[in-house]
Design a protein around this ligand. Structure first.
Ligand SMILES: C[S@@+](CC[C@H](N)C(=O)[O-])C[C@H]1O[C@@H](n2cnc3c(N)ncnc32)[C@H](O)[C@@H]1O
Length: 262
């Protein structure tokens, strides 16, 4: 409704240049900027958490040998309805993925990494990526140390687990200021479309209130610096480094939000 295209195009935050622009424009920018870190096609890509398939379809259109996964059967049905029954998506959790015949050149987590325990995420990624491959992600995150009771990953811990598995951080960007308007927009939207949400999605007032409450909690944690949003790009040294538990690549990584270029 908000994007005016009558369809769900993306399930991720927008990266806004200004808070007044349409969410669809900001979401499309987020994908475009994230994909700028990809290797050039043709390359074997895995998109983890393919959502409604928009990014995966774009990758295929750009000439990548790309496939996607999501554990959500309704998303699989939605993608197959939209893109055809041969759309290359599988209903599986990343942590349960079988080893492919050929390893991937790149694994992409566009706001799906926060749902996967860190140890499982980097263990599986090390099994699925070829040496020299890339792991690219963007997500909400806690910039500081891990805390019990918090559902987001700690960036400090993420970098440490990544390094233990042979992943060296190449780029890190703080996207919070650009992503945060998404939450304000969601709060405005639940107010504007409350009646439609109740009727079309059959959700209750209590559920909408709980969503608003959760969004306000996120807003205050963004404001206090407890929660953040980053985009990250790692390169994988290879299984040998992983087995040796090498943490050396991580020691060369930049400060939390500094970007380094090669
Ligand atoms: C916020 S949505 C993002 C969807 C899509 N990447 C996008 O940007 O529009 C999170 C996605 O992660 C998927 N997901 C959640 N847990 C997962 C897991 N354990 N393994 C793989 N995907 C998972 C969800 O089903 C959903 O597709």
């Amino acid at each position: 409704m908000e994007s005016g295209v009558g369809d769900v195009v993306n399930l991720h935050f927008g990266w806004f240049d200004n808070a007044a622009e349409p969410i669809a424009v900001a979401q499309e920018r987020a994908t475009r900027e994230l994909l700028a870190w990809l290797p050039v096609p043709p390359a074997r890509l895995l998109e983890v958490g393919a959502g409604v398939g928009t990014t995966l379809a774009l990758l295929i259109e750009r000439g990548y040998d790309a496939r996607g996964i999501t554990p959500d059967g309704s998303q699989i049905d939605f993608m197959r309805d939209r893109y055809g029954k041969d759309f290359p998506v599988e209903p599986v959790r990343f942590e349960d993925m079988a080893l492919p015949a050929e390893k991937f050149d790149c694994i992409l987590f566009q706001e799906s990494g926060q749902y996967i325990p860190l140890e499982a995420l980097f263990t599986r990624a090390a099994m699925l990526l070829r040496p020299g491959g890339q792991l690219i992600m963007c997500d909400e995150i806690m910039p500081g140390e891990a805390e019990s009771g918090e559902s987001l990953h700690s960036l400090v811990q993420l970098k440490s687990v990544a390094a233990e598995h042979g992943f060296a951080l190449r780029h890190a960007r703080d996207q919070l200021a650009r992503a945060a308007p998404t939450v304000a927009l969601m709060l405005a939207a639940t107010s504007r479309y409350r009646e439609d949400l109740r009727q079309l999605l059959e959700v209750s007032d209590e559920q909408i209130d709980a969503l608003d409450e959760s969004n306000r909690k996120y807003q205050s944690k963004y404001a206090s610096g407890k929660y953040g949003y980053v985009s990250l790009c790692f390169s994988f040294a290879g299984a040998q480094a992983d087995q040796a538990g090498s943490s050396q690549p991580g020691s060369e990584t930049p400060g939390v939000f500094k970007d380094i270029k090669h």
